[in-house]
Write a new protein. Structure first.
Length: 461
């Protein structure tokens, strides 16, 4: 066990959420150290941007290959610091590799345009912003860090990554692997520390051209306000309260079987979690009959065990928050969770809850969902949109026309039909309303880290 006698302002203890044991103590980055890191990054960025596109692409592919060589090590670190199941953690490390590969493919295709104009020739150039700050969350430390880092590097920028206080270990290891791959020193730096110190220093630093933040809507609003003071670019991926809409004509067996992991994946600590299960009234009872055994059979336990489907919550604070949404004696479908050390909460579906109750409206960020009946398509859309969030959602129906109508009507950035998939690195990801600002991933990811410069050349004699 690591030595725990440290000043909380200068060091952060990293706990194993499954055992509550300290696994490592990590120094926190001071404001002065952030300032020095920005200066180093700015110098590295100038050299990186001047390098041939093919050379930058080659180095990013090498970085992806080195990550692939260390996939199991990175996955085990994620299990240790975040309590993720080993299966999820392997996917997450693989996602970092895939994002780097995908972004590398865009380096030599980051094209401007030639625009017809009278009296000359006009063209645009996409130029890097400079130094980009990425503030990553604790719920998916590796992949979400890479969502900002990979395209920013590919577009010619330097990246300063601030991981969450509770989950810095995979980020620190990725920075080491970047150097192993041959990326220039100081181009990609990891700055652990508290959000209100290290993160705030990044947000307010005049040498940081853009902030990419994933986290709560409350903190996102604060970051946006601070960025406004410097007209600093910002991408925000914030909270969610996503619907899972089940129509009477759906394959109910398939919908019920898929529902548990739509809100239990990563112990419900997912802004895309489908925590509002909206079921057409005519099949409500039948759906609950199918859902109960599916929820009760979810295997909750040691995240390093290959058979485990759900691990612990990240911290005691989060555990107490989740408990607060489930009153004693609440009518619910419940699974099981281990006793003893660790931040465990059982899979829970609240079955007798008003649509405007806190658990039905607020982001819980834990393994708790509410099931609510609806009458018809119009009612389903009304309930789906009755939230300040708009990140993700699912709908289950065999009617293609209905699927198209409802997909157009639900105000959310990422929808799936007869599926719960939200994130693919090939496609854009982001939210409506208070779920965020901007889009990550997909074919346009690199352009979000560039300035468009317009050049006109007169051809008149």
């Amino acid at each position: 066990m690591a030595d725990t006698h440290h000043d909380a302002d200068t060091h952060h203890d990293v706990l194993d959420p499954a055992t509550e044991e300290v696994v490592q103590t990590v120094p926190a980055t001071t404001v002065a150290e952030v300032d020095a890191a920005v200066a180093r990054a700015a110098r590295a960025q100038e050299q990186w941007a001047a390098a041939a596109p093919a050379d930058r692409a080659r180095l990013l592919r090498r970085f992806a290959a080195v990550v692939d060589d260390h996939l199991e090590e990175l996955a085990r670190l994620e299990v240790l610091e975040a309590g993720h199941t080993i299966g999820n953690a392997r996917w997450e490390a693989g996602n970092v590799r895939d994002l780097l590969d995908y972004a590398a493919g865009g380096v030599e295709r980051l094209n401007g345009r030639q625009i017809p104009v009278p009296g000359g020739m006009n063209f645009t150039i996409l130029e890097p912003l400079g130094v980009v700050g990425v503030i990553a969350p604790w719920n998916f430390p590796m992949p979400i860090a890479a969502w900002g880092t990979a395209p920013a590097l590919a577009a010619g920028n330097a990246v300063l990554l601030k991981p969450a206080e509770t989950t810095p270990l995979t980020a620190l290891r990725l920075a080491e692997l970047a150097l192993v791959a041959g990326l220039p020193e100081h181009l990609f730096q990891v700055l652990p520390g508290a959000g209100d110190v290290t993160g705030n220093a990044l947000v307010e630093h005049p040498g940081v051209a853009k902030i990419v933040f994933t986290g709560s809507t409350r903190v996102g609003k604060s970051i946006m306000a601070k960025c406004a003071d410097r007209v600093k670019r910002v991408t925000l991926e914030l909270g969610g309260k996503s619907p899972n809409i089940v129509f009477a004509d759906a394959d109910l067996e398939a919908a019920a079987a898929a529902t548990p992991m739509s809100f239990l994946d990563n112990s419900g600590q997912d802004c895309c979690a489908r925590t509002r299960i909206l079921v057409q009234a005519s099949v409500y009872d039948r759906f609950l009959d199918l859902l109960a055994p599916a929820v009760e059979s979810v295997v909750v336990g040691d995240p390093s065990d290959e058979k485990t489907q759900m691990g612990p919550l990240i911290s005691r604070t989060q555990l107490e928050r989740v408990r607060g949404y489930v009153p004693d004696g609440a009518k619910a479908i419940r699974g099981t969770a281990p006793d003893g050390p660790g931040f465990w909460f059982p899979p829970t579906v609240l079955t007798d809850i008003a649509p405007d109750a806190p658990a039905a409206c607020e982001e819980i960020f834990g393994p708790v969902a509410a099931v609510i009946p609806f009458e018809d398509e119009q009612d389903a859309v009304r309930l789906a949109n009755a939230t300040e969030y708009g990140l993700s959602g699912s709908l289950w129906t065999r009617d293609v026309a209905r699927a198209l109508r409802v997909s157009r009507a639900v105000r959310a950035g990422n929808l799936s039909v007869n599926s719960h998939s939200s994130v693919r690195y090939w496609t854009p990801f982001g939210g409506y309303k208070q779920s965020g600002l901007g889009r990550e991933l997909g074919p346009d990811a690199l352009t979000a880290f560039t300035e468009t410069k317009n050049v006109f050349i007169s051809t008149e004699a």
